[in-house]
Design a protein around this ligand. Structure first.
Ligand code: ZN
Length: 407
């Protein structure tokens, strides 16, 4: 039993045209008109594949193919929203591979003990509404439904209103449901599989993540008449912190990565000494303890940088996600599937968050990665070769079928 590569490719092309950018990328922000058009197309295909389609209170779309016994389903899926100038693979590839698996089971008239289903999660990217992974987060009970509805985009539009506007405010309760397993195929978004020429990554889990916010407050003053000796420049202190954060992984090792991605400078004009700077710090590592040690170094860094420039600071370690371990049985099942296909595979950790992270809290979960060219994603150049996608989709097929069991 193998997936139909041509059919999968045709579906990728058709869905990729919805919200396509001139340079071959994708702009399909959550709950926009283009998101609705993409959802409508997917729902049409899901119904054509004979699936019973339902929509929950968060607009998560489920399609279930009946099993022989009254057992909980094996669910496969991902998200269909993108970042503003994203690519055609992040998210929708996982949704389309799930659909292709179901079409293949239909072609072979395969009857499974557990139902096999697919899911499209709402607003995974967090590009329009924060936080990210909000559809799966509510389903896993980690984000209150009302908080999700009240999330607002840049223009002040409410997520709940936008769900209703595009016709995807469903009636099914968005709560944990009994599931045999959740499987998500996704692009790697990093360089390792491509560097090693390996088509299939068997994801063992997701790295631990910590986010901090540092606010440095100096003295805002005129850039001309103020002599250097009496300055307290918040941006100069911030520069020390940026450099220091960059150097933390060298001290700690263990594949820790650290990023200052956001800098808000006040007043941010050429002729004033910056009085206030707020910056973000993102730390990730496979080992929880490395993150803890890195946070300690951030504390020291902030104290030293603020002292050297004579500014005040406030440091808030406000968000922390522990390391996610995927289910051993599911990971082994995926590995057996890849092995039986005789395609290259290796175990790998995800450095990015995915819906699978929340799903792991409510059912046995695993992920399959396929390579990203040059390790790039969230850009129009995002690309995965069809040969690799075929290996990944077949791995998803065999793993899903194994978990669902022969009827
Ligand atoms: Zn994604």
């Amino acid at each position: 039993m193998r997936i139909d590569r041509k059919r999968l490719e045709a579906s990728m092309d058709a869905l990729g045209r919805v919200g396509a950018t001139p340079k071959g990328g994708l702009n399909r922000l959550a709950l926009t008109d283009d998101d609705r058009r993409g959802r409508d197309l997917l729902v049409t295909w899901m119904r054509e594949a004979g699936l019973a389609v339902t929509v929950d209170q968060m607009g998560n779309i489920f399609g279930i193919r009946a099993g022989a016994d009254g057992l909980p389903p094996v669910l496969m899926g991902s998200h269909a929203d993108s970042v503003p100038t994203g690519g055609r693979y992040d998210g929708q590839l996982g949704v389309l591979c799930a659909l292709e698996v179901i079409r293949t089971l239909n072609d072979g008239k395969v009857s499974t003990r557990h139902p096999v289903g697919m899911v499209i999660f709402t607003n995974e990217e967090g590009a329009r509404f924060q936080p990210a992974m909000i559809g799966s987060g509510v389903m896993a009970g980690k984000i209150p439904l009302e908080d999700a509805y009240n999330a607002r985009d840049r223009d002040g539009l409410r997520l709940g209103d936008e769900l209703e506007r595009i016709g995807y405010l469903g009636s099914e309760p968005c709560v944990p449901r009994p599931l045999r397993a959740y499987l998500e195929l996704h692009i790697e978004q990093g360089p390792f599989l491509e560097e090693e020429g390996i088509p299939v990554g068997i994801v063992e889990g997701i790295v631990a993540i910590a986010w901090s916010r540092l606010t440095l407050t100096g003295v805002q003053d005129h850039a001309g008449p103020t002599p250097m000796r009496i300055r307290h420049d918040a941006l100069v202190a911030a520069a020390d912190v940026v450099r220091g954060v960059r150097d933390i992984p060298r001290t700690i090792g263990g594949d820790l990565v650290s990023t200052v991605g956001r800098l808000d400078v006040t007043p941010n004009i050429p002729n004033a000494i910056p009085g206030r700077v707020a910056l973000s710090i993102d730390l990730r590592a496979p080992d929880e303890h490395h993150v803890t040690r890195a946070l300690g170094l951030v504390d020291r860094l902030a104290t030293e940088a603020a002292h050297a420039e004579g500014v005040d600071y406030e440091l808030d370690h406000y968000w922390r996600v522990p390391r996610t371990h995927f289910d051993l049985e599911v990971v082994d099942t995926i590995e057996r599937a890849a092995r039986s296909l005789r395609c290259g595979h290796r175990r790998i950790l995800s450095g990015a968050g995915h819906d699978a992270q929340y799903m792991a809290a409510i059912c046995p979960t695993g992920m399959i990665f396929v390579p990203s060219r040059d390790g790039r994603s969230h850009c129009e150049e995002e690309f995965t070769a069809m040969d690799d996608i075929e290996h990944g989709a077949n791995t998803l097929l065999l793993a899903g079928a194994a978990l669902a069991g022969q009827a």
